[in-house]
Design a protein around this ligand. Structure first.
Ligand SMILES: CC(C)(COP(=O)(O)OP(=O)(O)OC[C@H]1O[C@@H](n2cnc3c(N)ncnc32)[C@H](O)[C@@H]1OP(=O)(O)O)[C@@H](O)C(=O)NCCC(=O)NCCS
Length: 329
């Protein structure tokens, strides 16, 4: 079945006000600004206020995307929130967002694909709009990772931050841009290298294990690093090839914002100049599913690419999961 083309009609993002700098982290764990900067590129990250939930950040990003897309919340037909830090295990964070937006007509659900979640959501929304099941969709990547961080573990607490990014998708009209190609993948044999082990049904948090920080992110950094470079490079090449583009046709690559060394390695392997690769992780750290969504919004609004130009988004996360999208903007 051939699917109708789908365009991104608007984007939005939201970052909490509170900035946590590397200098402040030096006072919390045994680390230095020099170590964090040289190993990751991160200088600061945002931390949600107490009482500010993933759904609140998602809603704020969504409102901006809807405004730019000139679509009213009441006309939305689908809301997908990608998150690993939902407000509650159930119902889905997307249901809170639907209520906050008063988007009464929209079906709403979450997907859990870690840092790759936003592009997984894009793939789903694109196919549902393309097949005619819905006429538009709001996709959001939103995370309150600070609530799942072990603030005593220097290996992980320096890496993550909070925030949300959103996009509104609808059928592409004549002369508009469209999503050219997408690629998503999973390797479930590698669940152990990056996960939150506790808090699910396999290991509920009990009185006996409550102090063990089991509901915090745990990671084998070096292994994740290697996999991230390989999977993102392969996924990006696949969507570029499938779209019939070459690296010269790409105005901007928007990669997952986890580590500057990973981003540099991907730019190198894709043979793309560093100035064509968008980076904002120095300001926000790794915001998981929100990262590529925030980066897409910031890059678009700051004029890094224009309507009619081609961009490539590419992500990687726990699962393992990975995804890429080539988009004519
Ligand atoms: C986490 C990461 C930055 C670590 O960088 P690295 O160069 O691999 O560093 P290593 O793990 O080899 O650690 C080197 C040393 O620094 C120490 N270290 C770790 N965190 C530190 C910190 N915040 N400050 C100071 N030292 C730190 C380690 O304990 C280790 O010390 P040791 O040699 O005495 O054991 C890097 O592996 C990475 O970014 N991995 C991918 C992470 C990622 O992208 N995750 C999300 C995917 S979606």
């Amino acid at each position: 079945m051939s699917l109708a083309p789908v365009t991104i009609a608007g984007t939005g993002s939201y970052l909490p006000e509170r900035i946590l700098t590397n200098a402040e982290l030096e006072k919390i764990v045994d680390t230095t600004d020099e170590w964090i900067t040289s190993r990751t590129g991160i200088k600061e990250r945002r931390i949600a206020a107490e009482g500010e939930f993933t759904s609140d950040m998602a809603t704020k990003a969504a409102k901006k995307a809807l405004e730019q897309a000139k679509i009213k919340a009441e006309d939305l037909e689908l809301i997908i929130v990608a998150t690993i830090t939902p407000d509650t295990l159930t119902p889905a964070t997307a249901c809170y967002v639907q209520d906050n937006l008063e988007a009464r007509k929209a079906i709403a659900f979450d997907i859990s694909a870690a840092c790759s979640g936003f592009l997984y959501a894009m793939e789903l929304a694109k196919n549902m709009i393309g097949a005619g099941s819905v006429s538009n969709a709001l996709i959001v990547g939103a995370e309150k990772l600070s609530a799942f961080t072990n603030w005593e573990d220097r290996n992980t607490c320096v890496l993550f931050g909070d925030g949300a990014g959103a996009a509104v998708l609808r059928k592409s009209e004549e002369g508009e841009g469209r999503i050219l190609a997408t690629e998503i993948g999973t390797d479930g044999a590698q669940t152990s290298i990056l996960n939150i082990p506790g808090g699910g049904s396999a290991m509920p948090i009990t009185e006996a294990n409550a102090g063990d920080k089991l509901s915090s992110l745990s990671m084998l950094g070096k292994e994740v690093f290697k996999q991230a470079v390989r999977r993102m490079k392969d996924a990006a090449i696949k969507v570029v090839d499938e779209s019939g583009l070459t690296s010269e046709d790409i105005a901007q690559v928007i990669p997952h914002q986890a580590n500057l060394r990973i981003i540099d390695a991907i730019a190198d392997r894709l043979d793309i100049d560093n100035d064509k690769v968008f980076v904002n992780l120095h300001k926000y750290g790794n915001t998981s599913a929100a990262a590529v969504a925030i980066a897409l919004d910031e890059a678009a609004r700051s004029g890094k690419f224009k309507r009619g130009e081609n961009i490539v988004c590419v992500v990687f996360g726990a699962g393992l999961t990975w995804a890429a999208a080539a988009i004519e903007w």
